[in-house]
Design a protein around this ligand. Structure first.
Ligand SMILES: Cc1ncc(COP(=O)(O)O)c(C=O)c1O
Length: 329
């Protein structure tokens, strides 16, 4: 192997491939299929799931993403996730690699190629490679990537004992960036790290007006003592597909008399702390009870009945509801 004047090895293409395999052997991952518009196809070897370093999603964060679930061999609620993806792309001034139908088709086919029947699909749009500037490079094609993986997992005791959150000291993203699912997750990452370091499970953003925002990669909602399900307005946080669907499904609980109402409103932290239940909501966590916020116990200090009922409705919807797409495995 040649050595550069600085004493570093100059690698051949074969060396790079070897080393990419070695890196993956050190850190085995369960990514079962990856589509890249730049490669023009699907790879199933995780060592080959790469993008060029000068892609602007890497060095400038000029990219967006979304994640949908695979449940029992079907894709759940993909249209809602695609709506959000396209909204994020537009606000980020990102060009699309094709039509919505073409992207949907690639997502479905990559899922089929993976063989995975339960897990997650994450897909990204980037402004493409070509230089290290800010503006997309001349002639850059937008990059579209789809990864099939097992999904995020959370401790079993979150379900039984509930989750403990803290108010983050990190500022919430300005609304434009919070409603756009960009690859800039630094505040979200720092919030979660801060919470873990302080012995909590996660954090919650409060906005400049003192209203409750969201958690790191999940929404939060509350059940008031009057049995009203209240979710923060979606104008300063990510419009969670799960939260939106949960608000619709909650009408079943209203009809059954288990909830008085379900609505979206600004919520102050003081109002939130007085709730009888607090919920963590997202594609990966589904609906999970929050039992402690900073030093305050929420409700009885145990996950409550509305959280359990909403989880049941959501799980039924994910298995047998109207928002499932078949995968041609
Ligand atoms: C910041 C943020 N808020 C909320 C959510 C929940 O959204 P969804 O229910 O679509 O998973 C996510 C997850 O994507 C997120 O990243």
């Amino acid at each position: 192997m040649p050595v550069s004047p600085a004493g570093l090895t100059v690698l051949s293409a074969a060396d790079v491939l070897d080393r990419l395999h070695h890196l993956r052997a050190q850190q085995p991952v369960k990514y079962t299929a990856f589509y890249s518009s730049q490669l023009g196809g699907i790879v199933t070897d995780p060592a080959l799931m790469v993008i060029p370093f000068d892609d602007h999603m890497v060095h400038r964060g000029h990219g967006i993403f979304d994640t949908a679930g695979i449940v029992n061999g079907k894709i759940y609620d993909l249209e809602a996730h695609l709506d959000r993806f396209l909204g994020s792309a537009e606000r980020s001034k990102l060009r699309l690699p094709g039509t919505r139908e073409e992207m949907r088709d690639i997502i479905i086919r990559t899922t089929a190629a993976s063989g995975r029947r339960d897990g997650s699909i994450r897909y990204w749009l980037s402004s493409g490679p070509g230089n290290l500037d800010l503006m997309p490079a001349a002639g850059a094609q937008p990059g579209f990537f789809v990864m099939i993986f097992p999904g995020l997992a959370y401790p079993e005791k979150w379900k039984t004992d509930g989750v403990r959150v803290m108010t983050t000291t990190y500022p919430i993203k300005p609304a434009l960036y919070a409603i756009t699912k960009t690859t800039n997750y630094l505040p979200n990452v720092l919030m979660q790290m801060e919470a873990r370091e302080a012995g909590f499970d996660n954090g919650v953003f409060i906005d400049a007006n003192g209203h409750v925002g969201e958690s790191s990669n999940m929404n939060v909602a509350f059940v008031t003592r009057e049995r009203v399900l209240v979710h923060p307005k979606f104008d300063h946080i990510l419009s969670g597909c799960t939260a939106r669907r949960m608000l619709e499904l909650a009408q079943t609980l209203v009809a059954r008399g288990e909830l008085a109402d379900a609505r979206v409103a600004d919520i102050t932290q003081a109002e939130a702390l007085a709730a009888s239940e607090m919920l963590l909501i997202g594609s990966s966590v589904k609906v999970t009870g929050i039992v402690q916020w900073d030093a305050h116990t929420i409700g009885t200090g145990k996950p409550g009945p509305v959280a359990a009922a909403l989880l049941q409705l959501l799980e039924d919807d994910m298995r047998t509801g109207p928002r499932l797409i078949d995968v041609p495995y």
